[in-house]
Design a protein around this ligand. Sequence first.
Ligand code: C2E
Ligand code: MG
Ligand code: MG
Ligand code: MG
Length: 285
Amino acid sequence: AARAEGPTRYRFHTDAMAQAIRERVDLEALLRHGIERNQFALQYQPRVDLASGTVIGVEALVRWRHPVLGLVPPARFIPLAEETGLIDDLDMWVLDEACARAATWRAQGLPPLRVSVNLSARQFQQAGLAQRVQAALERSSLPPACLEIEITESTVMRDTGEATSVLRSLKALGVALSIDDFGTGYSSLSYLKRFPIDVLKIDRSFVSDVTADPNDAAIACAIIALAHTLNLEAVAEGVETAEQAAFLRENGCDEIQGYYFSPPVWPEQIERMFAEKTANGAMVN
Ligand code: C2E
Ligand code: MG
Ligand code: MG
Ligand code: MG
């Protein structure tokens, strides 16, 4: 039996690898096709100001609407899009679409909302990024202050010298800048001080147990204190419960984002949310 097992296992192994390679190639082809066919759409997740209890911004989150695969979450295709360079087109489409949507909302008379957009590490390292962001702002006529660009902590910390100059060129446009997934990327605090940023987004991993785990609570409070010391806003990601929201409010966090208030939703639902708000007054509390 042991003898028969060897070659079988080996064959299984290569079959699995061959399949993995085939799937990867297929996924790449599907992704390329999807970009050509405009199969992508943006959902928006509200960001709630804890002092006023109102929605003051939304984060644009990309979804792939594949005719057979259904709604594919970004974790399934962003890494491949980065590897293959397809992210360049995708992130620029996201930027254009989010700016256009925010401009439409302004024109429709919705309360002022800042729209935030995620940029991949690859985009961040690309020459001419600020010009491309400026072009998107011009195409939509969105005031720069209504756009926020999110870059992950690990991306900005990869090459801090280069990151500083890219952040400065973006800041010069008048857009807001935030560091996403903060607390996971080993920040050098001396660089953080030099970055022209506006917001630290506390990573969900510290928020999910913030009311139960004293270490997570201490980290969340330390990030809030750090943000305020540096004159930045602290935004907590992944807030799912009233207890977490209360803890964060009591400890001075500026904004929350998460399922507790709303999951990411389609643009029509954002519009409906504001229509209801006008009828009912404040949104939380
Ligand atoms: P992120 O920027 O940190 O976005 C937050 C993620 O947490 C989103 O996942 C959101 O749906 C999810 N989330 C929000 N509230 C909660 C909550 O209360 N509980 C839990 N468990 N999750 C929550 P999503 O939409 O799957 O996006 C995942 C990541 O993909 C994003 O993380 C971002 O890094 C990336 N991504 C999304 N859209 C884009 C894009 O247009 N371009 C690039 N380059 N990356 C993107
Ligand atoms: Mg983000
Ligand atoms: Mg994040
Ligand atoms: Mg996160």
